[in-house]
Design a protein around this ligand. Structure first.
Ligand SMILES: Cc1cc2nc3c(=O)[nH]c(=O)nc-3n(C[C@H](O)[C@H](O)[C@H](O)COP(=O)(O)OP(=O)(O)OC[C@H]3O[C@@H](n4cnc5c(N)ncnc54)[C@H](O)[C@@H]3O)c2cc1C
Length: 395
């Protein structure tokens, strides 16, 4: 009997791949190996509504648990892949089991970036990538008097917003000179900086962390400046790196992400999709690795098409969102290297967008509480329309 398709990881991209394969008529075996004990679930609410509302895990599931059995997708959960034998076309799990494959797909996502700092292993120091992290973090936050968040990226700021909505004290420490520097432009950073400060978040920019203080338990942060910040819970939210170790050990090219072509193929019969994959963007002229739901879904669809023998090149306009208080930020495109930007709308009314251009070409749009600007931005970047085309209908 044919071994079929073996997917390593059981997250957003893995789920979409299995769904698309079955929708596309693939009738062979599909097996997903996931090291978390949960059926495929969505991560974005972990730092937003799920953290805030203490909702049940069922609300996160991408499909009812019965969906997978109904569609003959075998789930091996709580099971980590430990080694890939590409010559023998089989994968060995940490528990010793081996599974053969005809086609192997890496959908292993990312993990929190290591922060080699004194005190990083103390009790009370958390990261936030998965359900089990929230299971530890939520009760710790409930019991905390002061919370320090290291990193003013979108996850750190979303958690700060949740904390302030619960009237808990939050300090955010960021090494860069502005918040969300990696993903948003200066005006948008300034907007969110002001928003958080106005809600009572203590934001420290350009602050270098020397270590986390405490004996056994964290009691606060020590900054390189000598300043101490008291905290009984520390959330480290300083970004992620690709889970590409297995692929690298199996001899595949990796650059913080498994290097794939424009149909997500890393080698004959081997694919990588979602957060763990790095691919060449013709639109942006370089290799990129994206960490967003859009990419997990669309690259999985591209891989499914290729596996089904109907390859369609994947060159997306990436998009992403973040919810902080009552503000929805929607980011489309990649803004790095922009040489001109223009604000449209009224920042003071918290409804505006910023358009970024490079050599006259529209490359990114950040939209604040403006879904229409976001949708039009996506379409204009995709269609290579530099000017604001007010007449474009949103379908
Ligand atoms: C807190 C948080 C908030 C987010 N908010 C947003 C948002 O607002 N908007 C947005 O677009 N994106 C957001 N993202 C990003 C989005 O969730 C990811 O881009 C998406 O989940 C990527 O899907 P994936 O399948 O590639 O990886 P994942 O969903 O991370 O799944 C990978 C899975 O593989 C497992 N795995 C790794 N190694 C192995 C192994 N050796 N064996 C078996 N299993 C393994 C991992 O444990 C994980 O379960 C957020 C992410 C986080 C963590």
């Amino acid at each position: 009997m044919a071994a079929g398709i073996l997917i390593l990881g059981a997250g957003q991209a893995a789920a979409q791949l299995a769904i698309s394969l079955r929708q596309g008529g693939y009738a062979g075996a599909i097996r997903m190996v996931g090291d978390e004990p949960y059926a495929p679930y969505q991560r974005p609410p972990l730092s937003k509504a799920f953290l805030k509302d203490k909702a049940s895990i069922d609300t996160l599931l991408l499909r009812r648990e019965s969906y997978w059995a109904d569609h003959q997708v075998a789930l091996e959960l709580g099971a980590a892949a430990a080694a890939v034998d590409r010559g023998g076309k089989r994968v060995t799990l940490r528990d010793g089991r081996t599974f053969p494959y005809d086609t192997l797909v890496f959908a292993t996502g990312t993990r929190a970036r290591d922060l080699p700092l004194p005190g990083i292993k103390l009790d009370g120091v958390h990261s936030l990538r998965r359900i089990d992290d929230v299971k530890r973090l939520r009760p710790a936050l409930d019991a905390a008097r002061r919370v320090a968040i290291v990193g003013a990226g979108y996850i750190g700021l979303e958690v700060a917003a949740v904390l302030r909505q619960e009237d808990r004290a939050a300090t955010v420490v960021e090494a860069e000179a502005r918040v969300m520097k990696r993903v948003a432009g200066e005006e948008v950073s300034a907007f969110f900086d002001q928003l958080h400060r106005s809600r009572g978040v203590d934001i420290r920019l350009g602050a270098r962390l020397a270590g986390i203080e405490g004996e056994g338990r964290a009691v606060g942060l020590a900054l390189a400046s000598g300043e101490k910040i008291a905290a009984d819970v520390v959330l480290v939210a300083t970004g992620a790196r690709a889970n590409d170790d297995l692929a690298m050990a199996a001899g595949l090219a990796c650059e913080d992400g498994v290097v794939v072509d424009d149909v997500a193929r890393a080698a004959p019969d081997v694919y990588a999709i979602g957060d763990c994959a790095r691919f060449h963007s013709h639109r942006y002229g370089r290799r990129i690795r994206l960490e967003c739901v859009q990419n997990a879904i669309d690259q999985a669809k591209a891989a499914a098409q290729a596996i089904l023998g109907k390859p369609v090149p994947y060159d997306p306009v990436p998009w992403f969102w973040s919810d902080q208080y009552e503000i929805k930020l929607q980011i489309t495109g990649l803004l790095d290297g922009y040489d001109a930007c223009e604000t449209v709308g009224v920042p003071d009314e918290a409804r505006f967008s910023v358009e970024y251009r490079k050599a006259g070409k529209l490359i990114a749009v950040d939209a604040i509480n403006d879904g229409r600007a976001h949708m039009l931005g996506r379409r204009r970047i995709a269609a290579d329309l530099p000017e604001r085309a007010a007449a474009l209908p949103v379908s």
